[in-house]
Design a protein around this ligand. Sequence first.
Ligand SMILES: [Zn+2]
Ligand SMILES: [Zn+2]
Ligand SMILES: [Zn+2]
Length: 234
Amino acid sequence: MPPGRPGKPFLEWCAENGERGERLANEFREELPTELTKASKYKAKWKCLKCKHVWRAKMKDRTRSDKPNGCPKCANRLPASKTNNFLAWCEKNGERGKKLSREYVDKDKPPTAVKKGSKYKAKWKCSNVECKHVWRAKMKDRTRSDKPNGCPKCANRLPASKTNNFLAWCEKNGELGKKLSREYVDKDKPPTAVTKGSDYKAKWKCSNVECKHEWRARLNDRTNSDRPSGCPKC
Ligand SMILES: [Zn+2]
Ligand SMILES: [Zn+2]
Ligand SMILES: [Zn+2]
């Protein structure tokens, strides 16, 4: 073994590991395989022989004997099984898993028949007793580790923050946003202290110069993406 390079060179390991070794050698997409050892932590590039998906994974995770990593795309397509299903995932994911398994109320598919990475739009019921909102969301969006989806109703009730407030929303919503931020004339609450989904009946002033009518309307009615309410006089 050369000093400073623990482990067997990757290609040598492949040659000694039959079909599996051959497959890994073929899926390996790096320029200088001789430099890398089978136990390296280097995140190498791989291309799935089955589905052609290209991804990066550590050498050591692909070559280890216990639960080696495979193509993530193929793994997602595998049907749910006794060990690979949403409920099993919940049981391994502490408080978050508990919450999700409680909120899963889909009658069409039991939680053992779907997978955490599925695109299936399951039915969920908010576990907040004051909310109990029922909605549909993809499995993968609720279980992902980075910004998972939560109850949309509770999200609307979150207090306004630096990034989650009516003014910030206006700035991201083109013409409608411009118009609404111009028409918002509420003196009690600045536009940064309310959220676009709030029930608060704010004061508005019509931006039509020939009207200038003032009225009160809920923020969530005026920002509604389907049919935002407008000036009652106009
Ligand atoms: Zn694949
Ligand atoms: Zn909720
Ligand atoms: Zn008007």
